[in-house]
Ligand binder design. Structure first.
Ligand code: NDP
Ligand code: GDP
Length: 324
């Protein structure tokens, strides 16, 4: 039986990846940092909490990584742990750099010391392209990061490549574009909108205050994207891959579809609040996933409309249940 260790197991992708790996017959271990209240809500939502073995640790504490690797004896490590919200990265730049950049060095260094044959996946991001001059981004597009988050992730990305080139480790990075689900963090724009729709629909709110409505993103479904992570670690060679749908729309269009799904007109509820705008935004991202499709056979299965419907449905139910 293959063993996998997931850092960031309590996050959105950690939960979907746990489910996928368990269904594929893996024994799944998750790195779980100490918090004052439990953080396993997403694992419970996807009904995998009782099958994931949690190991105490934090990616900023290398000793705890070594112990987790010794405990799990993994064949594969998926490094998903991060301070993952771009907006917070200006308010907590040092912590973001420590977790996202130094944390990745810690994980790779621990693997090198404990068992360099372990296959390693790094959660890289389209945010690394940032202020890109190319309308559609692929593995060969230049990087221009625009936030402390993206800069730290770029450090982790190059560290991953450097461990492969320096030590021959099977270390690869997926450059994933935005991907969402009903368990996406509530501060991200997709979930903020679908939660807002549910609150308006149930009479708990009369408006939704938003930042830059003209920003464009290529949004996919987390459940599809974790399949690409696993495929990368089963490949013959470790490589970088862009994972995306190839369709980008504005935040405004996302609002329109989400409100319309609940029978509402977004223009009656969405208000632009200049205070929400970021110090430096990424205006538009759209990915070309031709390489992962051709080499690993990956395809997304969920359209943007299906994704938004899934998220609005889940938030309508949650808000209704909370009211009862
Ligand atoms: P989440 O924010 O949902 O999850 C982040 C996870 O990291 C949580 O489990 C969190 O634990 C954990 N974590 C944070 N700090 C530490 C630490 N110091 N030590 C150990 N664990 C820590 O992110 P997603 O699931 O959405 O994303 C997964 C990864 O993919 C992230 O690295 C993200 O940056 C990256 N990514 C995500 C994209 C997306 O659109 N979702 C796009 C591209 C890349 P806790 O529950 O305790 O807070
Ligand atoms: P990101 O692509 O990782 O930064 O994901 P987000 O979901 O946080 O943001 C996507 C885009 O939506 C960015 O360009 C934001 O500036 C824009 N946006 C507009 N209004 C909001 C808002 O109210 N909250 C968030 N999180 N983003 C917003």
């Amino acid at each position: 039986m293959r063993h996998a260790l997931i850092t960031g197991v309590t996050g959105q992708d950690g939960a979907y990846l746990s489910k996928l790996l368990l269904e594929s017959g893996y024994r799944v271990y998750g790195l779980d940092r100490r918090t004052s209240t439990p953080t396993t809500e997403r694992l419970h939502y996807l009904e995998v909490a009782d099958r994931v073995v949690l190991l105490d640790g934090d990616v900023t504490d290398q000793g705890s990584m070594v112990r987790a690797l010794e405990g799990a004896e993994p064949d594969e490590v998926y490094n998903l742990a991060a301070q993952s919200f771009v907006g917070s990265s200006w308010r907590q730049p040092v912590l973001t750099t420590e977790v996202n950049a130094v944390g990745t060095v810690n994980v790779l260094e621990a693997i090198r010391l404990v068992n360099p044959k372990i296959r390693f996946y790094q959660a890289s991001t389209s945010e690394m392209f940032g202020l890109t001059a190319e309308p559609v981004q692929s593995e060969t597009s230049p990087f221009h990061p625009r936030s402390p988050y993206a800069i730290a992730k770029l450090c982790a990305h190059w560290t991953t490549i450097n461990y492969r080139e320096s030590y021959g480790m099977f270390a690869c990075a997926g450059i994933l574009f935005n991907h969402e689900s009903p368990v996406r963090g509530i501060e991200f724009v997709s979930r903020k909108i679908t939660d807002g729709v549910a609150r308006v629909k149930h009479g708990l709110a009369t408006d939704l205050r938003m930042g830059n409505l003209q920003a464009k993103r290529d949004w996919g479904f987390s459940g599809d994207y974790v399949r690409a992570m696993r495929l990368m670690l089963q490949a013959d060679d470790p490589r970088e891959y862009v994972v995306a749908t190839g369709r980008a729309v504005t935040v405004e269009e996302f609002c329109r579809i989400a409100f319309a799904y609940a029978g509402l007109d977004w223009r009656e509820y969405v208000r632009v609040d200049p205070q929400i705008a970021r110090p430096a935004d990424v205006p538009a991202l759209c990915g070309n996933a031709a390489k992962v499709k051709a080499e690993l056979g990956w395809q997304p299965t969920t359209t943007l409309e299906d994704l938004i419907a899934m998220m609005v449905e889940a938030d309508l139910k949650r808000v209704r249940d909370e009211r009862c």
